[in-house]
Design a protein around this ligand. Structure first.
Ligand code: ZN
Length: 298
């Protein structure tokens, strides 16, 4: 049995995974404003250790995998910007309860690995996974294998520049793909133009959007979003010629609005160099479990 831990910006999910890669037990907690304090590290540590302890009493665990935002290095989580944590030595913490193999990977890479092995990309050798969420991350597979540079996890697709001197990105560059196409950016633009409260949930926003999507100002934002997304998809396609590109993250939650618009536009004009290499645009199929499952793929 394996344990997969998915640490997100607002949520921790932990799953016990059996030999057929099914999640057979699941534990979840929100990291909300109340514990976003000096004690946040402690909160995460206590929660994770408590669950590992409970699971290990009843099952033999061979591996613990961790999916985390940022760039994990030397067994540590680093740059968890959404949690305001610079560095978190998760390996050392887990070793208090577990002395087997521990592996850590970027969360978008984990979700991509899971989709490649068990989800929407399982029938493709050359494929790209893109996670559209707070930022944009992803993974590339060529000839069935994940593309892995030597030094860092690589494929920082969210930070490819799509507009010269464009919006300033958190990374310090200007005009990065994710400053135009993250779901966070889209949600904020919609909330603004629709005159909604900043705390509007994704569910509320989606309901209102279904009623109001034909309004000119809203159409303008949606169209601009899709146009920018297509710049990204077009560049990736010409660079890598994947057979399929799978879109995950909260984009999937807004699929009724965005997916149809995207397909119509992408297929209507010439966006790729080789017409016969137009990739299939798919939606992620594993949802929130992709990080947990993908974190334990070796
Ligand atoms: Zn950037």
């Amino acid at each position: 049995m394996k344990i997969g831990i998915d640490i997100g910006g607002s949520h921790i999910g932990i799953g016990l995974i059996d030999k057929d890669e099914n999640i057979v037990e699941k534990y979840e907690t929100d990291i909300n404003g109340n514990n976003k304090s000096d004690n946040l590290n402690e909160f995460i540590e206590n929660y994770i250790l408590q669950v590992i302890k409970k699971i290990s009493k009843e099952h033999e665990i061979e591996l613990i995998g961790i999916a985390s935002p940022g760039t994990p290095k030397d067994g540590k989580l680093t740059s968890l910007v959404n949690l305001g944590i610079d560095e978190f030595d998760i390996t050392k913490i887990i070793q208090k309860e577990f002395n087997g193999k521990i592996q850590i990977n970027n969360d978008a890479k984990c979700a991509g690995l899971a989709e490649k092995q068990y989800g929407s990309l399982k029938d493709y050798d050359d494929a790209v996974f893109m996670c559209l969420g707070t930022g944009i991350g992803g993974a590339v597979f060529l000839g069935g294998k994940e593309l892995k540079p030597k030094r860092n996890p690589g494929f920082e697709i969210g930070h490819m520049i799509i507009k010269k001197d464009g919006i300033l990105c958190n990374c310090g560059k200007k005009g990065c793909f994710e400053t135009y196409c993250s779901m966070k950016r889209l949600k904020n633009s919609l909330i603004d133009v629709m005159g909604l409260n900043k705390d509007t949930t994704a569910k509320e926003l989606l309901e209102l959007l279904k009623e109001r999507k034909e309004e000119t100002e809203i159409q303008k934002i949606l169209k601009e979003y899709i146009d920018n997304l297509i710049i990204g998809l077009s560049n990736i396609t010409d660079l890598l010629e994947p057979e399929a590109i799978c879109l995950g993250g909260s984009f999937v939650y807004f699929k009724d609005i965005l997916y149809k618009m995207l397909l119509e536009e992408f297929n209507s004009r010439r966006y790729v160099f080789n017409k016969n290499t137009l990739p299939e645009i798919k939606l992620a199929s594993l949802g929130n479990d992709a990080g947990i499952i993908g974190s334990t793929i070796m």
